[in-house]
Design a protein around this ligand. Structure first.
Ligand code: FAQ
Length: 325
């Protein structure tokens, strides 16, 4: 099975080659597609970049759902631009993965038949306009916390894709914060909606960083290879520390009674998400898993005639070129 195949387990590569490869990583060199790399490195990257690309594409669904119902023309234009950006991020990432010898079609098929994952967060519904503000603020906020360090990741094409993605994600986070601020400063009903969105999306946002360090399967090897630059818990803590003052600025109630400043640690304490819920969601049993995969499968099936047409055109041109030679 692909999922087993891409585990970042130790490989049987020649120890000398492995040591030279590790020395390049330790020296901060970028690894480029034509360079030698251990099979485990290549497969771990395909798994992570592929999952990331799928998340960008599936992540368009909960927000796209609100484009027609945005409260003003300005908010509609902003949301439309954001959703288009997510499609672009998916494309940069699929291109980065393709340099590792897997095609975009193969990756898509693995998403569609459940062999590859996408971020757990997109299996939660967006019930109202406040959720759209909260997605930009919290979900893009969590995404960018993870992605800024990935600009320094060891694989060249991934690192370069992340530079552009991060510029756009920071606009996404700010537009979300602005939308939720408007709600928090609005009528009592708007304020109630903002609070409700924060309460529902807080723990799913914390889950985006992955399981706690003691349960993370890939972190140790991925950090050695600089495919990941931080552990899941390090990034989750940074996100909590950044977001709590924003919640206070908005005058909203904290979504977790366990949030308290810990003077000794110099960080906020917080309650861990319900990890059994997380594992259930990534196994396919979240509130929207079935809908999300059905929507992507439908888009893939509906687009078949376009792909077939383009392929037929390319084949015809190639045959004409061969005939002319
Ligand atoms: N959801 O050993 P670890 C966005 C899986 S940004 C689902 O810790 P790893 C922007 C993991 O795959 C969101 N599955 O794994 C946007 C593994 O399973 P496997 C995407 C998860 O890879 C915003 C198992 O659990 N960002 O979409 C999750 O070292 C708004 C064990 O976990 C990225 O992908 C999860 N949350 O660390 C778009 C960033 N967490 O494969 C639209 C790049 C873990 O063995 C709207 N990725 N799993 O079967 C990463 O940094 C890492 O892959 C982690 C997971 C941190 C996500």
């Amino acid at each position: 099975m692909y999922a087993q195949m891409v585990k970042s387990e130790a490989t049987n590569d020649d120890p000398e080659r492995l040591a030279a490869f590790q020395a390049r990583i330790d020296a901060g060199e970028k690894i480029e597609p034509k360079d030698w790399m251990p099979e485990g490195y290549r497969k771990t990257l395909i798994r992570q970049i592929g999952q990331h690309a799928h998340s960008e594409i599936v992540g368009q669904l909960p927000e796209g759902n609100w484009i027609t119902r945005a409260p003003t023309l300005e908010r509609k234009a902003i949301l439309l631009a954001k959703v288009q950006d997510e499609a672009g991020h998916g494309l940069y990432l699929y291109c980065a993965a393709e340099t590792l010898g897997v095609s975009r079609d193969e990756l898509t098929e693995m998403l569609l038949d459940g062999r590859m994952k996408y971020s757990s967060i997109f299996n939660y519904p967006t019930l109202n306009w406040a959720d759209i503000g909260a997605v930009g603020w919290l979900v893009d906020g969590a995404a960018i916390m993870n992605q800024v360090p990935l600009q320094r990741t060891s694989f060249g094409p991934y690192s370069r894709a992340m530079i552009r993605i991060c510029k756009e994600e920071s606009f996404h986070q700010r537009q979300g914060y602005d939308a939720i601020r408007k709600m928090a400063e609005g009528t009592p009903e708007q304020r109630r909606m903002a609070q409700d969105a924060l309460n529902r999306l807080w723990f799913p946002s914390l889950m985006m960083f992955g399981p706690s360090d003691k349960d993370s399967v890939h972190s140790e090897q991925s950090m050695k290879w600089k495919i990941k630059m931080n552990t899941n818990d390090e990034l989750r803590q940074k996100f909590v520390d950044q977001t709590v003052p924003q919640i206070e600025f908005l005058g909203l109630d904290l979504p977790d009674p366990g949030i308290k400043w810990n003077e000794e640690r110099g960080h906020y304490d917080y309650t861990d998400p319900d990890w059994s819920e997380f594992y259930d969601v990534i196994k396919g049993n979240g509130p929207c898993n079935t809908d999300r995969l059905a929507a992507r499968n439908k888009a893939w099936d509906d687009g078949k005639w376009v792909r077939d047409g383009l392929l037929a055109h390319a084949r015809k041109k190639a045959a004409a070129r061969v005939a002319a030679e």
